[in-house]
Design a protein around this ligand. Structure first.
Ligand code: FES
Length: 262
């Protein structure tokens, strides 16, 4: 009988070839909840009065029988209120407000990397390492940050300032490599040198959002070549009112032509 394992050496494979010698963990976040002293059922959490008002505004956007649709906005709200950390009791509070099972909220919170179910440092650095960022040196950025702050991916620096996490594409590939901080602001066009300055600027409270070079937004070497007349007041090259009128005229003409054929 043909034996694959006996045949492999003759085909030039050695046992070692089949062994995975090194592997890289692609997630440093536990899916399951683990009770800790600062994150268990008995640790209280409640929204602030201001955030209860905000919750009313959020819930008003959905039909009353689809309150569950507000799960993600409420998770964001709780996390922001609680120093970028989403404890078990916050998820239970949200389930209670929405009238759903606790598990419905846990499922959402454990699926998305933007929800931190363990405490993070003052600055939660989400470092993109998907293909465009990786090819532009994301792992050099990781190495530079790790060396500077004194911790590895998935850890918090000894001074409690930085938590490092590798994440997938954050939608700023044109400015790769990049990082997102505290789930809000992005810092782009990083180099192993300018990222160190960025870390210091974050601590000092004067970090510049966006490209860390003199590049304007995501413009190429020729500068802006499209939307030349766009300004921040909302003026566009295209007259949308005229475009709508043209479309309505064309539709009316097509209807008239079809009626004539009958
Ligand atoms: S690959 Fe990094 S932002 Fe898209």
């Amino acid at each position: 009988m043909f034996s694959l394992f006996k045949a492999l050496p003759r085909l030039g494979f050695r046992a070692q070839t089949l062994q995975v010698k090194n592997y890289r963990a692609f997630s440093d976040v536990y899916v399951n909840h683990r009770d800790t002293l600062d994150n268990n059922d008995s640790v209280p959490f409640d929204f602030t009065p201001e955030n209860y008002k905000e919750i009313e505004t959020i819930l008003a956007k959905y039909p009353s029988n689809y309150k569950k649709s507000a799960t993600i906005p409420l998770l964001h709200l709780a996390q922001k209120q609680n120093d970028n950390f989403l404890p078990l009791s916050a998820m239970k509070k949200i389930a209670n407000i929405l009238g759903v099972a606790d598990m419905d909220v846990y499922e959402v919170a454990s699926f998305y990397t933007m929800f931190n179910r363990t405490k993070v440092g003052k600055f939660h650095l989400q470092i993109c390492a998907t293909t465009p960022c990786m090819l532009c040196g994301a792992y050099d950025i990781v190495a530079a940050i790790e060396k500077h702050v004194g911790c590895k991916l998935g850890e918090t620096s000894p001074d409690g300032m930085f938590t490092l996490q590798e994440v997938e594409c954050l939608g700023a590939c044109a400015n790769a490599p990049m990082i997102q901080v505290n789930g809000e602001w992005v810092y782009e066009d990083l180099t192993p040198e300018n990222v160190i300055q960025l870390l210091e600027d974050l601590k000092a409270g004067n970090a510049k959002i966006g490209p860390q070079t003199d590049r304007n937004h995501c413009e190429g070497p020729q500068g802006r070549t499209t939307l030349i007349n766009y300004d921040s007041e909302g003026a566009h090259d295209r007259d949308f009112d005229q475009a709508k009128k043209d479309w309505e005229d064309a539709r009316a003409a097509a209807k008239a032509a079809a009626a004539q054929k009958k």
